[in-house]
Design a protein around this ligand. Structure first.
Ligand SMILES: NC(=O)c1ccc[n+]([C@@H]2O[C@H](COP(=O)([O-])OP(=O)(O)OC[C@H]3O[C@@H](n4cnc5c(N)ncnc54)[C@H](O)[C@@H]3O)[C@@H](O)[C@H]2O)c1
Ligand SMILES: [Zn+2]
Length: 428
């Protein structure tokens, strides 16, 4: 299995006149030789800058005029300003971050932006899901206006999925839309929320009920920022990583099985390769179906039950990834019943989720099971009163829009309710 190939390539990204002008061949970690691309910018020559490009993975999101690149590597935050220069953005910008992330990373981000000639201001929002509200959006608008951000100004979303969704929505709507750059600092944001352009906030009536499709100009993912991420948050991100293997790439799933200990240890090469492969899969899916008319729905594997679990526990008990992990076990069980997913594949899915230190079941009494069932009926993906699922024929091959009768859904809920909900200590 070749992580990240063939469309991920290493890129030489040195300024004009520096030592990186000649085309270079580079052997990637896992794949064949590929020609590195020259992408010269007009800023002053700084040969040391070229060095970071060697270690950087680049994934393209091909969306015509709205195409953008995802840069993945260790230590990239220092290069934020340099990368933004290439986008031809206005001088003034706002770094939107949260109360946990800003104290650790906002200085580096702002220093890099200043060094590249930008004039950043910092907007700090509360940490956690409650910040994804129209109230916080308004507070951001007011601060942007007070700092006189204009049409050519841009926003840098520095944080996890909450900051990305919120800041992206602010960017989509402030002055009828200004540019924005995603700098994801959680694994979940890196492999999922920062890519694909879904931005938005919650209402009291439910999650993500207000939003837009609004693509960033760049995603810059410095995997070194995951060093400070809480272990539980990190593992929650692994649920989405495993999801990509199930829905799209059996070889990748296989590789995850072999390398889970390294991934749990956040080993840089493994981590960067995995993040790049996930981003590439998401980019492929989004490029084929930007606004979720069809194929993009496969990204919701495990989410019908996952979202319902989050909802009945009032978003307090499970992190999103944990709920999705349990949801994927339920979806895998349904897949066996409806599409004949082989029993060995079901076991492999469950084992990999456990190996990542994620839960495969939830303790649910009969009333809670009923509430879970009812909550699934309220899911946004329900059409005409029928719950539709993304189900797997085998690992790496899924089908979306599957009707499943209520009896089978109840059986799947029995399966996850019977399984011990304790998180197994991950092997590392
Ligand atoms: N737009 C999409 O396509 C999409 C996809 C999936 C999820 N989401 C959204 O993403 C959100 C969840 O994102 P999340 O899991 O990243 O949660 P989050 O943004 O709340 O981050 C989790 C916690 O980690 C902290 N944190 C973030 N980065 C850190 C770092 N490097 N070091 C230390 N602490 C750090 C945050 O302050 C927060 O307390 C949800 O609102 C979900 O709806 C959106
Ligand atoms: Zn998810």
């Amino acid at each position: 299995m070749q992580i990240g190939l063939p469309t991920i390539h290493y890129e030489i990204s040195g300024p004009r006149g520096c030592a990186t002008k000649s085309p270079i061949l580079q052997k990637t970690e896992t794949g064949p030789r590929k020609t590195a691309r020259l992408d010269l910018c007009d800023s002053a020559c700084a040969p040391e800058r070229a060095a970071y490009a060697w270690r950087m993975r680049v994934v393209k999101v091909p969306l015509g005029k709205r195409s953008y690149r995802i840069l993945i590597g260790r230590g990239l935050l220092d290069q934020l300003g340099h990368e933004c220069v290439k986008l031809g953005l206005g001088k003034r910008c706002a770094v939107i971050s949260d109360q946990n992330v800003a104290p650790i990373y906002a200085d580096t981000a702002q220093t890099s932006l200043r060094a590249a000639g930008f004039e950043p201001v910092l907007v700090v929002v509360p940490a956690g899901e409650t910040a994804k509200s129209l109230r916080t959006v308004e507070s951001c608008y007011n601060q942007l206006a007070a700092h006189r951000l204009e049409r050519t100004s841009f926003i840098v979303a520095l944080g996890g999925g909450v900051v990305g969704d919120l800041a992206g929505f602010v960017a989509a709507t402030y002055l009828r839309g200004i540019q924005f750059v995603q700098v994801p600092t959680t694994l979940l944001a890196a492999v999922d929320s920062s890519v694909g352009g879904k931005v938005g906030v919650n209402l009291a009536a439910g999650k993500n009920l207000v939003g837009a499709f609004y693509q960033p100009r760049l995603v810059l993912c410095d995997i070194a920022t995951f060093d400070t991420l809480d272990a539980r948050e990190y593992r929650a991100g692994l649920a989405e990583v495993i999801k990509y293997g199930i829905i799209y790439d059996a070889g990748f799933f296989n590789r995850l099985e072999r390398h889970m200990p390294k991934l749990l240890a956040r080993e840089p090469q493994t981590l960067a390769g995995v993040v790049a492969r996930c981003c590439q899969i998401k980019a492929d899916v989004v490029a084929k179906d930007e606004t979720e008319g069809g194929l993009r729905q496969i990204l919701n594997f495990g989410h019908t039950v996952g979202h319902a679990l989050e909802a009945i526990s009032r978003y307090g008990k499970y992190l999103h990834g944990e709920a999705v992990a349990i949801g994927m076990v339920a979806a895998a069980h349904l897949s066996s019943a409806v599409l004949g997913l082989p029993a060995t594949d079901f076991e492999r899915i469950k084992r990999l989720i456990e190996a990542a230190g994620l839960p495969v079941g939830a303790r649910l009494n009969p009333q809670q099971k009923q509430r879970l069932f009812d909550a699934m009926r309220l899911d946004k993906k329900v059409r005409g009163g029928q719950i539709r699922f993304v189900l797997a024929r085998r690992i790496g091959k899924v089908i979306w829009g599957q009707h499943v009768n209520d009896e089978l859904v109840r059986q799947a809920l029995d399966v996850i309710a019977d399984t011990k909900s304790q998180t197994r200590k991950p092997k590392s």
